[in-house]
Design a protein around this ligand. Structure first.
Ligand code: PLP
Length: 390
């Protein structure tokens, strides 16, 4: 069994790590494929034998399984996480002229899905410790034009949903959860994606539940939203060749669904392995690299560590030195969305969202995947210790 067993104790042996490794990737999809190769091949073969590729039995079965996993009544497979956001927002009534409150510290898709519908993204500030959207900031941005709020469960940790749900209730707003990075995470015992009016999941290959190509899903417990989604993913038609509104061609295909069904069976174990890896990072970094601030936990539920993201001063230099030691890291995200050229017409300026802008300068995501070994984590931490010292 590769990866760190969450059950067994963790033994630290810095000396061995330094001797045996020369590099650590940020993500190792091959290590995961090696553990499921046979299962995946059988699943792919069965689709090829059936020759049914679009909206067949595998997609239907996966929709059922994802809905059950998240704890919603319904799920609708679509072509990507971005499409899940676009269709999810549309199905919740977002359209031209509406305002939608989103964080600025997220992947661009969270905001450009709003713009794609002719609506206007309004950027909220984040909490310093968790990098997730701050309720107080959201509160100040609500106007009569606000239609929805999109909390992003960044890096695999749920945003603080209770106060957001209360706000939505008070102001009659929809909540569409961007769950691209957090399938399996919980908040007060409820699963990410199942708390709002719709939850949007990405199956991009690097996500915690990643396919072997693009894919996404919207989950909901509203029958109305569900029916609207079915129409929106097929050209706005409820029945064949009879369209009622502008829709899309946005479908999850059978091959991806078959692969994802195999992988869903392992997701809980993989998320446990990610948590064990994060726990080891915490322990070593706190003991040996106090210059790196470990990821803050909000204590509301289970984190699924899509990323393990620290804060460091002089981040770009640290990243460069880590690369020289063979450690691949990523910056999610270097430029806040409110300051990107796409939204220059909205009139934001540097300093408008200082907590977000600081996160963009300091955040550094370290190697994280379920199969990461104790030795690899030790190597990364040793390299980080060197890197922060200059
Ligand atoms: C990956 C991601 C998306 C988009 O998902 P795709 O499947 O790549 O379209 C949206 N939001 C966040 C926060 C993401 O990380």
């Amino acid at each position: 069994m590769p990866g760190i067993s969450p059950q067994k104790g963790i033994h630290i042996s810095m000396a061995t790590a330094a001797r045996t490794l020369t590099s650590v990737p940020i993500l190792d999809l091959k290590a995961q494929y090696n553990t499921i190769r046979e299962e995946v091949r059988v699943a792919i073969d069965s689709v090829l034998e059936k020759q049914h590729f679009i909206l067949g039995p595998e997609v239907k079965a996966l929709e059922k399984e994802i809905a059950a996993y998240c704890g919603t009544k319904y799920a609708v497979g679509v072509a990507s996480g971005t499409d899940a956001l676009i269709l999810g927002l549309r199905a919740c009534g977002v359209g031209p002229g509406d305002e939608v409150i989103v964080p600025s510290f997220t992947f661009i898709a969270t905001a450009d899905a709003v713009s794609a519908l002719g609506a206007k993204p309004v950027f909220a500030e984040i909490e310093r410790r968790t990098f997730n959207m701050a309720t107080e900031s959201v509160k100040r941005l609500i106007t009569p034009r606000t239609r929805a709020i999109v909390p992003v469960h960044l890096y695999g940790q749920c945003a603080d949903m209770e106060p957001l749900l209360e706000l939505a209730e008070t102001h009659n707003l929809k909540i569409v959860e961007d769950t691209a990075q957090a399938i399996g995470a919980t908040c007060h015992g409820r699963r990410a994606a199942a708390m709002g009016d719709a939850g949007c999941i990405s199956f991009f290959p690097s996500k915690n539940l990643g396919g072997y190509g693009d894919g996404g899903m919207v989950v909901t417990s509203s029958e109305e939203v569900f029916n609207h989604l079915l129409s929106l993913r097929s050209h706005g038609s409820i029945r064949k060749y009879f369209s009622e509104e502008q829709g899309w061609n946005s479908r999850l295909d059978e091959l991806q669904a078959a692969i994802l069904r195999v992988k869903l069976g392992h997701l809980e174990q993989w998320n446990r392995q990610r948590r064990a890896a994060a726990g080891l990072y915490d322990q070593i970094l706190q003991d040996t690299v106090p210059e790196a601030e470990i990821p803050g936990r909000n204590g509301l539920g289970e984190h699924v560590f899509h990323q393990y993201t620290v804060r460091v001063a002089d981040r770009d230099q640290v990243q460069k030195r880590l690369a020289e030691s063979g450690v691949t890291t990523m910056v999610y995200y270097p430029t806040p969305i409110h300051l990107q050229p796409i939204y220059s017409s909205l009139g934001y300026h540097p300093g408008d969202l200082p907590v977000t802008e600081a996160a963009c300068r300091q955040a550094l995501s370290l190697p994280m995947f379920p199969e990461i070994t104790v030795e690899q984590i030790e190597y990364v931490c040793a390299a980080l210790r060197q890197a922060v010292k200059g």
